[in-house]
Design a binder for this molecule. Structure first.
Ligand code: TRH
Length: 384
């Protein structure tokens, strides 16, 4: 049966990844599939960093074809004026639905498809757990676990249908580059290697900046406002506010604004190598088809190291030159607290091979379909 409408519930734990994923998914379902989407979000102030037109005080508003509502998830039993649920209800990253909404789902003549959208991972177990069903203990509802991933049998990754074409058009357009740099308020150094740096505070950052400063290569590093910029201010002894640039040896550090979500892609496309973090920027860097360095979201007991290594193992199997893959692994490990100091020269020596490897890998990933379309297919199959 066709699926036409969606409720997506999101809570913002910290940072921007949860809303980053939900907002991207909501827009894609509305704009590419023409579906009705209601996005429930608890913190519009964080959301507004990604979508500056948002009114953080409005309880309901419409943006980019999406109906945006506020909710307070502190307790599943908090008062909630539940409308008739849509065809599919997504609770993102295990945020719990309000009890009245769950009751409305159970009472609906056609029960909505109920999905928990999980965090992505390249680990092997993901394909085994993807699409698992969990019947509600009391209500006539079944929840399914939907896992984004990098392998067959997973939900795939968020990717808009036009992303590759938009990227390629951008790459061949000097005017588009000029507009990007103008918007960011920077003047890039001609012929410098361009690096974007989006990361958490990282003990490895000063050592890397030292290497860039004293290296032979001219480097422009673009740092959005946030944790990494604050840390770099201490290394620099100067402000990294948007619009400021500082030369240290062969390195120029540019403070740039945190831009709307669509514009962040252009920064990734414009750079030769992208440092990304968390979940959503990590996935976006794949579609830039350039080498990336991942600062993974840290978990207790270093559980995130397993997730990081799982990705590296898949990438190594994707046809990249073994030396390049080894240099990337080594660099990522030092960047993610495994010990040791990042070896920039070793990574840079593999840049051409890594660029070819990333391009190949992101093409392979496209065979998994895209997460939004996979969600539509999955949901339609549940209501046959
Ligand atoms: O902000 P994050 O660290 O989010 C994290 C992770 O998702 C993590 O897995 C999750 O558990 C935790 O939040 C709660 O990193 P992430 O996922 O890359 O999200 C950043 C979002 O911000 C992404 O959608 C891209 C967007 N962005 C912009 O819109 N403009 C910008 O200028 C930049 C730098 C990012």
């Amino acid at each position: 049966m066709p699926i036409r409408s969606w409720d997506i519930f999101c809570t913002i734990v910290d940072n921007y990844g949860d809303i980053g994923v939900c907002w991207r998914l909501a827009r894609q379902l509305a704009q590419e599939h023409g579906h009705t989407v209601r996005l429930w979000v608890d913190d519009l102030h964080s959301f507004a960093r990604l979508a500056p037109e948002l009114d953080p005080t409005a309880e309901r508003q419409r943006l980019a074809g999406v109906d945006i509502r506020t909710w307070q998830p502190a307790s599943a039993d908090a008062p909630f004026d539940a409308p008739m649920p849509h065809d599919v209800v997504i609770e993102a990253f295990a945020c719990h639905l309000p009890a009245p909404f769950l009751q409305a789902m159970a009472a609906a003549p056609r029960k909505p498809v109920w999905l928990n959208l999980e965090y992505m991972s390249a680990e092997d177990w993901v394909a085994e757990h993807h699409a698992m069903a969990s019947p509600h203990p009391r209500l006539p509802l079944t929840k399914y676990f939907f896992f984004p991933g990098f392998a067959r049998g997973t939900g795939g990754l968020l990717r808009e249908s036009m992303i590759g074409a938009s990227r390629d058009a951008f790459r061949t357009s000097p005017a588009a580059h000029a507009a990007l740099w103008h918007r960011l308020g920077v003047k890039p150094t001609p012929d410098a290697l361009k690096i974007s740096l989006f990361a958490y505070a990282n003990p490895a950052t000063p050592a890397l900046l030292d290497q860039w400063q004293h290296g032979d290569l001219s480097i422009d590093c673009f740092v959005p406002q946030g944790l990494a910029a604050t840390q770099i201010e201490a290394w620099l002894g100067a402000s990294m506010q948007p619009g400021t640039s500082h030369r240290r040896g062969n390195l120029v550090l540019h403070g740039i604004p945190f831009v709307r979500q669509e514009h962040y892609d252009e920064l990734l496309w414009a750079c030769d190598i992208n440092f990304v973090r968390g979940e959503d920027s990590f996935v976006r860097a794949h579609w830039a088809a350039r080498p990336l360095v991942w600062h993974i979201y840290p978990q207790d007991d270093d559980a995130h190291h397993i997730k990081l290594d799982a990705w590296l193992t898949r990438f190594a199997r994707a046809g990249v030159a073994p030396d390049a893959s080894a240099a990337l692994r080594e660099f990522w490990h030092t960047w993610n607290g495994y010990g040791g100091t990042p070896d920039w020269a070793a990574l840079y020596a593999q840049l051409p091979a890594l660029t070819a490897g990333m391009d190949r890998w992101q093409r392979q990933l496209q065979h998994l379909g895209d997460l939004a379309a996979n969600l539509v297919d999955f949901s339609e199959n549940r209501v046959k």
